[in-house]
Design a protein around this ligand. Sequence first.
Ligand code: PMP
Length: 449
Amino acid sequence: MWDEGAGRRSHEDLVAAQRHFLVPGVGLYYEDPLVLVSGSGTHVTDDRGTRYLDFFGGILTVSIGHAHPAVTEAVVDQAKTLVHTSTEYITAPMVNLAERLAAITPGELSQSFFTTSGTEANETAVAMAQRATGATEIIALRHSYSGRSQLGMGLTGQAPWRQGLGALPIRHALNPYCYRCPFNRTPDSCALECAKDLEALIETSTTGRPAAFLAEPLQGVGGFITPPQPYFEEAVNIVRRHGALFIDDEVQTGFGRTGYAFGIDYYGVVPDIMTFAKGLGNGLPVGATITTPEIGRHYTGPTISTFGGNPLSMRAALATLDVIEAEHVIDNVKARGAELRAGLEEVSDRYPAIGDVRGRGLMQGLEMVRENKEPAPDLAGELMEGARERGLLVGRGGLRGNTIRLAPPMTVPKAEVEEAVRVIEDTVAAIYRRHPELARVEPTRVSVP
Ligand code: PMP
């Protein structure tokens, strides 16, 4: 279709056809939507031949760069050999990946089930927890995102992503959102009330015996909301006292993204169940749920995922993990993440309409505000458009759409981090020139331990 010649469709034609033939729920970034044609490393190219530095990586999915040769070769080799069998038969790539996940995940986690998305990985995790505990209720966090199925939407703590939802046995706890602390504390006076409130939530709003607490170590779609260090230890102790399991959703944070092997490692907590998707396959569809033999033994099924564990995705995931390990990618995440963070904080010092800079590793968010921390989705929109004009793609998030999300491939070099910071600075400077009232915005950034 993309060959030059008769088959090629114009930009306008494709945009019009997208609007006509896909449901309007398939939202698009940018006033003039991007039509992407190719990608290589940290760059993508659109249908007009414009190259962009990609600081969103297909929503934190292109973990080691677009069209990474090691992944492409593994997939092509597998496609020539065996594309599909279903889980009724053994294939080496699936068993090899399960074994690999058992080796790199913490504690006793060692039994996996493969699917094709994060939604399904979380569905599987909840079913596992319910079978193992005999309980049904799930605790999730406000501002979370868990997927697009009924259960996924039910777990998600943001109204815009819950459209068409029925009732489910889920309760949402206050989230550790330090920039907008639900208890009006500052990090200095933090008494972990949000974690302690889990106890009250369980005692007042559940049967007292929930099956699981499901949380992201760093809330992705919610706007890279970063819990303080002691949060998870306290929260997980509380839920475990009530018999619940801890499901750690690593769909965005897994495999080095935060500068740790897994996002939860920073908190020193070992989950009972972990879920993965996105970056694990560097763009090939894969979801995975891993648990301990003690919990897994209750998951007797029968259960099946036709495409789960398909050899193409398994080979892509194995190749991705090989590269992360062989090229010490996590060291790069730590170093480049620290540079990105320092650069963004400097820009926020000069332009406090970047109210907060938060995240870990190569997962850094900018919450755009006006005076008194009023959420400013319009400024986030201008930042997206302005960055694109300057050749940089970034993502957007947050309940109110006022957080910019920066998450380049984890292999990004230093010079490109510097370039991204420069583009952000130039774009925000231009926004300040267009909105003189922003000169009145005071600094509000918080520093989360
Ligand atoms: N969990 C988290 C933390 C996510 O960010 C997402 C996707 N944004 C999901 C689950 C759902 O993953 P998928 O879109 O692959 O179903």
